[in-house]
Design a protein around this ligand. Sequence first.
Ligand code: GLN
Length: 473
Amino acid sequence: MDLTTLTIKKAHDHLIKGDFSVRELTQAYLENIEKKNKNLNAYLEVFDDCLDQADEADKRLKNEKDNFMLGVPMAFKDNMLIKGRNVSAGSKILEGYKATYDAGVIKKLKEAGTILLGRTNMDEFAMGTSTENSAYGVTKNPHDLSRVPGGSSGGSAAALAANLTLGALGSDTGGSVRQPASFCGVVGFKPSYGRVSRSGLIAMASSLDQISPFAKTVEDAEIIYNIIKGKDPQDSTSLDIKDEIYKSKSKMKIGVPFHFINEGTEQAVLDNFNQSIKKMQDLGHEVIPITIPNIKYSLAVYYIIVPAEVSSNLARFDGVKYGLHKDGQDLLADYLLTRGEGFGKEVRRRIMLGTYVLSSGYYDAYYGKANQVKNLLKADFRKTFEEVNFVMTPTSPTVAFKIGEKASDPLALYLADIFTVPANITGLPSISIPSGFALTDGKKLPLGLQFTAPFLAESSLFEIAKQFEKLNG
Ligand code: GLN
């Protein structure tokens, strides 16, 4: 049996039956990493104590038969703190910095007995769509090594798709889990804002950031989510809410904002999306064209709010408190030298944009206005969900693009998030599920289908996603 092609659910069943041990399972992943990571550059570090963790988990197996995450090897985007471990956020500015505490999600997973395999590559401070903005080299897409894995959580997505882990975490601020999931052919699920603690997540844009799982199946994503969700006193935005009860209906209403999709989306993506529509109809659901008037402003709003929050969040990296330090003639020179050398181009671009949109005289025109439009978009979605149960779109307007193809064109990269960003602005739960392949240059490149549900309606989102997955499977 190939232990690295199982799902979490199946691995758990085998572990419980004693078909193999956590040590053997972990070893299988470590061997794959050894073989393949050099080419992919998915992991920045593989931890040296994986087998010790595995032995600990093996001891617990007998008494914890219902603990689905016990002994499950997982990979972590390198913006989550793991006590005593280096953390880079894909940036040179954190060079040498070690985390002093565990992120909320790490704490929960450690308690569950999950195996922490290592830290995965990412766009610097999660700003990007291709993992090309990492200070530690690009990650490659396992389906075609000349292409990007998506971003910013590209390392986690590629590691999972290449069977270098059984599950992974990323962070999704504008699509950074769903888009790489779509490019790499795995499931990526962004919970409602506040569902999962962000304590110990290196902040990018705090009003949008959400830690999110990658998995091979919807069921696996749900298993990970069930462990990491919930109130955390260390994150005041985390919610203390019971799951809403899903009222299963055989016939659901699925809204599609065609007005937003048809322009600028690759033909292969449109063809695949039309097949997905047909599949949903075959399942007995009703697909309804809808209009979301302000959705066209999503990216404009996003690229004002994000730089504004980035410029504030990243002010703390001053060469004094964390990582890299460059000596200048005085304190200001220290700051300038450290930040000039430590931050990459995209990060500096956003800090400058953010400082500008927050500056007096421009605040109302940009940041204030963006927040007003954000509220309009939220209202649009509330109204939409009075008519339909879900909104369905492709996850990305393109298949995975070539490494370097868009690297010098920030606008082209920003457009890659056009379908994912609305769920972050509105705080809604959203999932990307593999929906097939497009044959491009002789390679089969994965595509993704995205469902977005009302606030806190995670369980109905899983339900519809599972239905699609089964049909597509
Ligand atoms: N690609 C988007 C950006 O560059 C999304 C990032 C994210 O979700 N972390 O901002």
